[in-house]
Design a protein around this ligand. Structure first.
Ligand SMILES: CC(C)=CCC/C(C)=C/CC/C(C)=C/COP(=O)(O)OP(=O)(O)O
Length: 340
């Protein structure tokens, strides 16, 4: 079921809309503390205004992380409102990380619009990312039950992003090639850290801090699945739904899971793909051929399978910790079967 705009999650969409409507005023209030120029750039990147500052309807992200915070809080008997500082904090950290990531990757398009750096320049985009991060920390400064998870997530994010960048200097084959296990560790940090923090902060703010450690682990597994789904969408997704150009990871020869899984398959398509990557993907025809080879070598199926295994592990933890949390379970289960 798709509601309200293209690209929302197939399941849990109604609840995401409910949580987004709680989130947006709180985010606006937080951003209101910034210097007017910073507030304008933050409003652009969060989706309430165009580049010139004129207002536009609604936010732009799916709001998965804040929904995870609020659903986790509700699952332990707390209210979504009680968990709002955590929800705001994770969405601000997410927005910070996207702003910086787009600079690092030189990605010009994000969420159907210009990336923040493309709209305002690299310096201002860096600074806006910093401002969002500072606001996030401020949200949880007085909440010792949740703050450790945010601070752990920040370290995970940076470590995972660094590992991902370091992969670029590794060979495609032979000694030093990137393994699927290394990829999973990178994704557990880069993407899982914040999902882990969302789930852990949610139960902590909802009144069950004793569950936070297990929810952190659950969120990290979920993050690996989420990142694999992101990699899959980067090759086979519909740009009208993802809001990003297709094949950009392949064009940049990034070591995404579908490519690693294809290479690990070892058949004729895997060998041809390996040769192509070693000689360099050059030009649009070559990029399309690489995408074809990844699929032919089983990279898509392998990636889908691994994502499903990580989601199943995450759901197993949820079933043990919070067996009655149907909405939370639906959200987590839907994160791998998404169109954007
Ligand atoms: C330190 C640093 C720069 C870290 C970068 C970490 C990073 C960008 C990880 C990617 C995470 C990811 C899959 C984002 C898309 O989320 P989404 O599909 O929920 O996006 P949405 O909010 O647009 O829906």
């Amino acid at each position: 079921m798709n509601v309200s705009r293209p690209g929302v999650l197939p399941q849990g969409a109604d609840s995401l809309a409910r949580y987004r409507s709680l989130l947006e005023p709180a985010l606006r209030e937080a951003v209101g503390a910034l210097h007017p120029w910073g507030a304008r750039m933050a409003a652009f990147t969060l989706g309430w205004s165009d580049v010139d500052g004129s207002p536009r309807q609604g936010g732009v992200g799916k709001g998965v992380r804040p929904a995870l915070v609020m659903l986790s809080a509700e699952a332990v008997g707390g209210s979504a409102e009680s968990a709002l500082p955590g929800a705001v904090a994770v969405e601000l950290v997410h927005a910070f990380s996207l702003a910086h990531d787009d600079i690092i990757d030189r990605d010009e398009l994000r969420r159907h619009r210009a990336a923040l750096w493309k709209a305002y320049g690299v310096g201002p985009a860096l600074l806006t990312g910093d401002a969002l991060l500072a606001l996030a920390v401020g949200q949880l400064a007085g909440r010792p039950e949740a703050m450790p998870y945010l601070s752990a997530a920040l370290m995970e994010l940076v470590q995972g992003q660094t590992a991902d960048m370091a992969f670029e200097n590794r060979p495609w084959r032979g000694p030093g090639e990137v393994t699927v296990d290394e990829y999973a560790e990178m994704a557990a940090g880069k993407t899982g850290g914040l999902l882990g923090a969302a789930a852990a902060a949610g139960v902590a703010l909802g009144g069950a801090p004793e569950l936070a450690g297990r929810m952190w682990d659950m969120g990290r597994d979920l993050g690996v699945a989420f990142q694999i789904a992101d990699d899959i969408l980067g090759i086979w997704g519909d740009p009208r739904l993802t809001g990003k150009p297709v094949h950009s990871d392949l064009r940049r020869e990034k070591k995404t899971l579908p490519v690693l899984a294809a290479l690990a398959g070892g058949g004729p398509a895997a060998r041809e793909l390996s040769d192509l990557l070693v000689s360099g993907v050059d030009g649009e025809e070559s990029v399309r051929h690489a995408a074809h080879l990844v699929e032919a070598a089983g990279g898509r199926a392998g990636a889908e399978d691994l994502a499903q295994r990580y989601v199943t592990a995450a759901l197993g933890v949820l079933d043990e910790c919070l067996p009655d949390a149907a909405d939370l379970r639906a959200l987590c289960g839907s994160l791998v079967h998404r169109a954007s």
